[in-house]
Design a protein around this ligand. Sequence first.
Ligand SMILES: Nc1ncnc2c1ncn2[C@@H]1O[C@H](COP(=O)(O)OP(=O)(O)OP(=O)(O)O)[C@@H](O)[C@H]1O
Ligand SMILES: [Mg+2]
Length: 319
Amino acid sequence: MTDALLHAQGLAKTFEGRRGLFQPASRIQAVADVDIVLARGAALGIVGESGCGKSTLARLLLRLIPPSAGTIRFDGQDITALEEHAMRPLRRRMQLIHQNPSAALDPRLSAEDAVAEPLRIHGVASGRALRDRVAALLAEVGLPSAFLHRFPHELSGGQKQRVCIARALALQPELLVLDEPTSALDVSVQAQILDVLEELRARRGLAYLFISHNLAVVRQVCERVAVMYLGRVVEEGTAAAVLGAPRHPYTRALLGSVPRLGARGMAPAAAGEPPNPAAPPQGCAFHPRCAIAVDACRSSIPPLLAVGDGHHVRCPLSL
Ligand SMILES: Nc1ncnc2c1ncn2[C@@H]1O[C@H](COP(=O)(O)OP(=O)(O)OP(=O)(O)O)[C@@H](O)[C@H]1O
Ligand SMILES: [Mg+2]
């Protein structure tokens, strides 16, 4: 698919763990064999338990860390091995929103200065035009001009996240990678930020890679969803299919373990212990926790199989 905004194939990342005095060196396969296709203006959700590789995948796709294998294309261009100077003009087109807006903002910059900074650095605007542009960006995320001169410590968590979003929008990106953008916020504030994000996507035609533990949030924001387990995508398809009629035993466990969709919560876990990423189970990594596993599941990693229109599952038993 060449008209995708973001297209990754066979993406992998292995971290070499440091060796302790009495420990052998450990290798962690944080991301393995991941394919991602994100169309312009589309929203893809990434879900899975803590440690399954979601943030690593985000950092790979933004070329913040180099992949161990695979290719990444942005707007048709192969960016897998681009030098930083060649990446620079592309960086303004892809922006990251973090979970914790307090850590993302410089405490010495007012809301106005935080949003103005990227515009100044890239020489996009100055003087009156710059001030007008910043005020318009902050208004677009629901912060009226009364907030322009406030510093991070004078803003609520939701207001800080709005400043981060306005700053990310300043250079008119086409892609936002949102890594748990509402997880640190109160439920009522979460809903407001999600509304802002939905409006922005509709108005600006932005594409979102949306990482979240919260399946209800993903269902609200995303048309498509990929479920990760220990670095691999185990199920992907439309949000309606994956979250409405899940096929993989892990996706079913994730959904079953969320008593009420919409509940705020951390990693909804399947039964049993999450595996040690430094010593992953042989075969299907989920088999030790899987109620329907058979012998074959212990010996080989199943491929992603098509079970419906654009719906793939890494489990032959779910066909
Ligand atoms: N720089 C690093 N060096 C070594 N291991 C790392 C590094 N970054 C991540 N890992 C490991 O890679 C795995 C995936 O981590 P990652 O942060 O991508 O998970 P995650 O799905 O984002 O988790 P969470 O939901 O808790 O944010 C984990 O086992 C983690 O310990
Ligand atoms: Mg993470």
